[in-house]
Design a protein around this ligand. Structure first.
Ligand code: S3P
Length: 435
C-alpha cells in the first residue's frame, strides 16, 4: 500500500466502524445467555469474525439479517466441543477471553492462531486461571493451546498486569464457576465486559477503592438475553482525528463514538497537546457512553504523559506518535512496556519507522521520546508493519504529510478496519491500495 501527500486536509462526516472490543463481547455473552439477542452494527472485521465462527463451531445458532446479527443463546452450559481446532487468526482478544470461558466448560478445546498471535504471551491468562484450578496442556506459553475443560474453584485473585483481556478472561471463567470469585485490578483497564455482564443480568459487583477495582462475580447464575447496539470505535476514529489535526484545512465530524472513560486517554492526550476536538451530545448506548466528535486542524505542542495514561489508551500510541511527530516540541510517553506484546512489538516499530521517516526518536527503557522536525527528509520510505493493523494505519496517516510511504503487509488492516482506505480517500486522503 502506498500513502501519498494530501492537499487541503480531510473533510466531512466520517462513518467510523463499530467498536472491536465491544463486538467480541457482543458475541460471547449473548451466546451463553438464555434467549435471542439482536446485535446491531457488529463489526464485521477479521478478528470479530473469528470469534463469531468459534461460537458457531461450538454449536451456537447465529444468523444475520440486514445490519443485525441474531444470536440464539441457550445458557451457561450450552456450548459443545468444536469438531475442529478453534482458529482465531490475529485476534489476541478472542484468544484471552476464550481461554477463560473454555477453561470452565465440560469439554476440552484447542485454540490456534496466525504467526503473530502464536508468538503472543498466553501465560498471563493461564497463570491466574490455574489459581482457579484450570488445566492446560501447553509448555510453550503460547498458542496452540489445549484447554482441559473442568469445573473450576472460585478464588480471590490480584491481577498485576494492566490488561482488560486478562480481567475479562477471568470473569468469563468465573461466571461458570460455583460461588463468589473476586478479581482485584491494580490498574484501570477497559470495562466493557463488566458493563455488558451487568446488562445481561449477571450477579456482578464492582467496587472502586482508590486506584484499585474489585470485581466480584457470583457464578452459575443464568443470564437473560438482551439486545445490543455496538457504538463506533474510538481507536479507529483516532486515525482520522490525527489525520485532521496534522493536515491544514481539515474539518471532520464523527458520530456515535464510544468514549468509555476507561479508554479515552487519546482524547485527553491530544487535548493536552492543544488539539481542537469538541465532544458533543454525550449519551448512553447499551450501557456505554457515546458522543459525537468535531475535529479541526490544530497547531499541536509536545507533551509528557505518565505511565498511568498508558492504561487508558494503550492501542493509540502508534497514532499518537504520528501526532507527536508534527508537534512544535518534543513528547515523552512513559511506561509503554505493554506495547511490546501487542500484534507486533509496537514500541520498536514506532521507533524504527519514525526514524526511517527522518524523525528523531528514542526508546529509553519503556519510555518513548519523540523529537519532531519542521522538515522531514525520509531516510527509507518502506514502513515495516510486521502485519500489525495499527502500525499500518498510523503510518499511512504519516504518509498523508510526507508522501510516498510504502506500507508492507497492509492487509492486516482488515483485522479491525476493513474499509479504512476507502473511507480515508473519500474524506480527501490519497492512499493507493496495491496488492
Ligand atoms: C482489548 C484489550 C487491550 C487492547 C486490545 C483489546 C480488549 O489488550 O490492547 O486491542 O478488547 O479487551 P490488553 O488487555 O492485553 O491490554
Amino acid at each position: 500500500m502506498k500513502s501519498n501527500k494530501i492537499k487541503g486536509g480531510i473533510k466531512g462526516n466520517i462513518k467510523i466502524p463499530s467498536d472491536k472490543s465491544i463486538s467480541h463481547r457482543s458475541i460471547i455473552i449473548p451466546s451463553i445467555s438464555n434467549g435471542i439477542s439482536e446485535v446491531n452494527n457488529l463489526l464485521m472485521s477479521d478478528d470479530v469474525l473469528h470469534t463469531l465462527e468459534a461460537f458457531k463451531a461450538m454449536g451456537v445458532e447465529i444468523t444475520k439479517e440486514n445490519n443485525k446479527v441474531i444470536i440464539h443463546g441457550k445458557g451457561l452450559d450450552s456450548l459443545s466441543k468444536s469438531k475442529e481446532n478453534i482458529y482465531l487468526g490475529n485476534s489476541g482478544t478472542s484468544a484471552r477471553l476464550l481461554t477463560g470461558l473454555l477453561a470452565s466448560q465440560s469439554f476440552n478445546s484447542i485454540l490456534e492462531g496466525d504467526k503473530s498471535l502464536s508468538s503472543r504471551p498466553m501465560k498471563r491468562i493461564m497463570d491466574p486461571l490455574r489459581l482457579m484450578s484450570a488445566e492446560f496442556d501447553n509448555s510453550s506459553g503460547t498458542l496452540p493451546l489445549k484447554i482441559i475443560g473442568k469445573q473450576l474453584k472460585n478464588k480471590k485473585i490480584k491481577i498485576d498486569i494492566p490488561s482488560a483481556q486478562i480481567k475479562s478472561g477471568l470473569m468469563l471463567a468465573a461466571i461458570n464457576t460455583e460461588g463468589e470469585s473476586t478479581f482485584i485490578e491494580k490498574n484501570i483497564t477497559r470495562d466493557h465486559t463488566e458493563n455488558m455482564l451487568k446488562s445481561f443480568g449477571a450477579e456482578i459487583d464492582v467496587k472502586k477503592n482508590g486506584a484499585e477495582t474489585s470485581i466480584s462475580i457470583n457464578g452459575k447464575r443464568e443470564f437473560k438475553s438482551n439486545n445490543i447496539d455496538v457504538p463506533s470505535d474510538l481507536s479507529s476514529s483516532a486515525f482520522f482525528i490525527v489525520a485532521a489535526l496534522i493536515n491544514k484545512g481539515s474539518k471532520i465530524n464523527m458520530n456515535n463514538i464510544n468514549i468509555n472513560p476507561t479508554r479515552d486517554g487519546i482524547l485527553k492526550a491530544l487535548k493536552k497537546m492543544g488539539a481542537n476536538i469538541s465532544i458533543k451530545n454525550q449519551r448512553t448506548l447499551s450501557g456505554e457512553i457515546v458522543a459525537d466528535l468535531d475535529v479541526e486542524y490544530s497547531e499541536l505542542s509536545g507533551c509528557e504523559l505518565d505511565a498511568e495514561m498508558a492504561k487508558l489508551m494503550i492501542d493509540e500510541y502508534p497514532i499518537l506518535s504520528i501526532a507527536a511527530a508534527f508537534a512544535r516540541g518534543p513528547s515523552l510517553f512513559r511506561g509503554l512496556k505493554e506495547l511490546r506484546v501487542k500484534e507486533s512489538n509496537r514500541l520498536e516499530l514506532i521507533r524504527l519507522n519514525l526514524i526511517r521517516c527522518g524523525c528523531d526518536c528514542e526508546v529509553i527503557n519503556d519510555d518513548l521520546l519523540i523529537k519532531p522536525s519542521k522538515i522531514y527528509n525520509v531516510i527509507n520510505n518502506k514502513v515495516r508493519t510486521d502485519f500489525d493493523h495499527r502500525i499500518a494505519m498510523s503510518f499511512s496517516i504519516m504518509g498523508s504529510k510526507l508522501g510516498n510511504l510504502i506500507i508492507d503487509n497492509a492487509d492486516s488492516i482488515n483485522t479491525s478496519f476493513p474499509n479504512f482506505v476507502n473511507i480515508f480517500n473519500n474524506a480527501g486522503g490519497n492512499i493507493l491500495w496495491k496488492k
